[in-house]
Design a binder for this molecule. Structure first.
Ligand code: ADP
Ligand code: 5GP
Length: 209
């Protein structure tokens, strides 16, 4: 059966709970998943550490990374750059781990174009009011920034149908297990198991009278 790592893109409205969900998924299944750490030009939030949530870099450094081809994709999001370092993703996939990119929608679509096998997951809260409640409750942004993220959510909702699955983050526990189950299911797709199919066909032929 398919033992190669799958590239998984997780997008979703800011405040939908992607970060929380990823942390929990990785804590429960540390050997299965690898989370790519992006580079960004935005300032760290309280509690964020360089190299853990993001590699925090200047605009200059970010542009150098682009020029050297060190990013698989990058996008501008609410006044800042965000990008996925290439090296880590390639190495973890080779090791057979499922690599998760937590990135916004433009990045997701460009990854899907480059790697059509990518599984696209979209995290959403159960309703729009809950999104605003979570952004306000997180307490990390000013009301202005919260409003621009709510506006951006309106645009992002237009892209939800391009994703393979919706991950509704109502109860965290249920949501983490559902996401894990969806990814396990993805590994079992016949299109990802051509070698297995080929082999069992040959073996069946051999056992035929
Ligand atoms: P994102 O990474 O998508 O921007 P976060 O993971 O920072 O979102 O979550 C936004 C806020 O919502 C945080 O305060 C977090 O604790 C809270 N949160 C996340 N998941 C849930 C959930 N299932 N139920 C209630 N609150 C949640
Ligand atoms: P935040 O500032 O809330 O951490 O992230 C803002 C948005 O940028 C989120 O939607 C997040 O998924 C996205 N993002 C984070 N890293 C990357 C990246 O490497 N590439 C792209 N395209 N988006 C990213």
């Amino acid at each position: 059966m398919d033992e190669k790592g799958i590239l998984i893109v997780v997008s979703g409205f800011s405040g939908s709970g992607k970060g929380t969900l990823m942390k929990e998924l990785l804590a429960r299944y540390p050997d299965t998943y690898a989370l790519s750490v992006s580079a960004t030009t935005r300032a760290p939030r309280e509690g964020e550490a360089d190299g853990r949530e993001y590699f925090f870099v200047s605009k200059d450094e970010f542009e150098k990374m682009i020029a050297k081809g060190e990013l698989i994709e990058y996008a501008r999001y609410v006044e800042n750059y965000y990008g996925t370092p290439r090296d880590y993703v390639e190495k973890q996939l080779e090791k057979g781990r499922d690599v998760i990119l937590e990135i916004e929608i433009q990045g997701a679509l460009s990854i899907k174009k480059m790697f059509p096998d990518t599984l696209l997951l979209f995290v959403t809260p159960p309703c729009a009011e809950e999104l605003r409640n979570r952004l306000v409750g997180r307490g990390t942004e000013t009301m202005d920034v919260i409003q621009s993220r709510m506006d951006r959510a309106c645009e992002e909702a237009e892209g939800m149908e391009d994703y393979d699955y919706l991950i509704v983050n109502d109860s965290l526990n249920r949501c983490v297990e559902e996401m894990h189950a969806i990814i396990r299911g993805e590994h079992r797709k016949s299109s990802r198991n051509r070698e297995f199919i080929q082999k069992i066909k040959q073996d069946l032929e051999r056992l035929k009278h």
